[in-house]
Design a protein around this ligand. Structure first.
Ligand SMILES: C[S@@+](CC[C@H](N)C(=O)[O-])C[C@H]1O[C@@H](n2cnc3c(N)ncnc32)[C@H](O)[C@@H]1O
Length: 441
């Protein structure tokens, strides 16, 4: 059955390769930053091949660590993105500027770094850098030996020119959790709580030096592979798409490829706290709170205590209303952990789907395509087909729904707090991942 009458295309025959981020782990540039909520470069390649015909303007309103933007830039398109998380935006921007760095200069900087660390450790030099004051964790994030090395590395980085420093800072940020006493499970947790040993000591110099050497190789690769031709350099706007979309000229975008946060309460800000504090993007819990408020939808933790939240009038759809009412009825005895809180959370999510679609309609030219990667949800045992609901909202806001592809028909839930959706299947309902294909009328 086709998506147009409400059902979902079969997974096996999707025109897109799986969007899971795993495929990026070995790919030059993309491998710089592992991002649990990212999608694969292959998916973006497929999308660009299918939906562009010559140099185009490609937009990703929720850019993450820049998978769309890097692929678009590599293939000769003008790439523009929005991202609220300063660490993710920094990662995207640094990757997009990679072609401007000189690999030989980076390799030289790696030699200097090794020499600096060797000397500083041998002479027991005290670092000038200090750990971020307001970054509090239950147990020490770094053991004393590791922290000493990290601070020395930061001293070295602070002496470099901005291009080299940015690459080193990204190398540090993307590996900083590996040598900490924390790990992703998939949310940031203490290693001790999952039975893993704390990290007493770690070869920080080797890890960072090795990472930057690999980045230098990738920079050389990027400069070779990047399609030449006239286009603007890729850019990321560190701002909410909802507030900033009018900065894009109306009707100027040829293709939108994105993956907004899923309805799974994955907490981007908490999970990047170490990066935000240690890179100086955040000085206090108030800064994190501001980021939470900008996030697509909100977090369940902010929605569960509120009075009943209503759908905006622009969502005039009985199917969506009924589903949310059903979620709301579940498990009243669980108080804030029951259906009411999750229904509030989902309502705010769909209200933001309207804002997203309005922004997309502003940016895209008539006839242009939007591809939106989304996972469905199962809240309190109730299936919530986010893909079909987004398609309905888009249909009533100036888009034609061309298809709903399902490149991944089984997915394991990643971070639904207290909603029993950690397994791939709940009450016979399955988690999957779709690509909603829309055409701007
Ligand atoms: C699923 S991730 C995108 C991952 C991306 N496709 C990649 O491969 O890296 C969603 C991103 O949306 C960002 N985000 C959430 N709300 C936003 C908003 N209002 N405006 C812009 N970005 C937002 C989050 O910080 C997160 O990085």
């Amino acid at each position: 059955m086709s998506a147009k009458n409400g059902a979902i295309a079969n997974g096996g025959g999707s025109v897109f390769r799986s969007p899971t981020f795993m495929a990026n782990r070995d790919a030059p540039i993309h491998r710089w930053v592992p991002w649990i909520a990212g999608y694969s470069k292959h998916f973006v390649e497929d999308a660009l091949t299918r939906f562009t015909d010559g140099p185009s303007v490609v937009l990703d309103p929720f850019a993450g660590v820049g998978t769309t933007l890097v692929e678009a830039d590599l293939s000769g398109h003008t790439a523009v993105g929005f991202e609220i998380n300063p660490y993710a935006a920094f990662a995207s921007q640094t990757k997009l500027r990679a072609h401007r760095a000189a690999p030989a200069r980076l390799r030289e900087a790696v030699q200097d770094f090794r020499a600096f660390m060797f000397k500083a450790l041998k002479k027991d030099i005290q670092p000038s850098a200090a750990p971020p004051d307001a970054f509090r964790t239950r147990s020490p994030f770094y053991s004393p030996k590791v922290q000493h090395k990290v601070l020395l590395a930061l001293d070295f980085i602070s002496e470099q020119d901005s291009r080299v420093a940015d690459i080193f800072r990204l190398a540090f940020a993307s590996s900083m959790v590996d040598f900490s006493n924390y790990s992703y499970e998939p949310s940031l947790s203490r290693k001790a709580t999952v039975g893993r040993p704390e990290v007493e000591d770690f070869p920080v110099t080797e890890a960072l030096g090795g990472k930057v050497s690999q980045m230098a190789d990738d920079v050389a690769w990027y400069r070779r592979e990047r399609v030449t031709g006239r286009r603007r350099d890729g850019r990321v706007l560190r701002q909410s798409f909802f507030d900033g979309y009018r900065r894009i000229e109306e009707g100027s975008v040829d293709l939108l490829i994105t993956s907004p946060p899923y309805l799974n309460n994955y907490h981007y800000n908490r999970n990047t706290r170490p990066h935000l504090y240690w890179l100086g993007f955040c000085d206090s819990p108030r800064d994190l709170k501001c980021l939470e408020e900008l996030n697509f939808g909100t977090y369940w933790q902010n929605a569960r205590d509120q009075e009943q939240v209503e759908l905006v009038p622009e969502i005039d759809d009985t199917d969506i209303r009924r589903t949310l009412a059903e979620v709301r009825r579940q498990n009243p005895e669980k108080g804030i952990y029951g259906g009411h809180g999750w229904a509030n959370y989902a309502t705010l999510y769909f209200n933001d789907c309207v804002r997203f679609i309005e922004g997309a309609r502003w940016c895209l030219r008539s006839g242009a395509t939007a591809l939106v990667v989304l996972g469905n949800s199962i809240l309190q045992g109730v299936p919530v087909p986010t893909d079909r609901f987004l398609a309905k909202i888009a249909r009533s806001h100036g888009f034609e729904v061309m298809d709903i592809h399902v490149p991944r028909d089984t997915r394991v839930g990643s971070s639904i707090v207290n909603s029993s959706v950690r397994a791939g299947t709940v009450n016979g309902h399955r988690l999957y991942e779709s690509v909603v294909e829309l055409r701007r009328l």
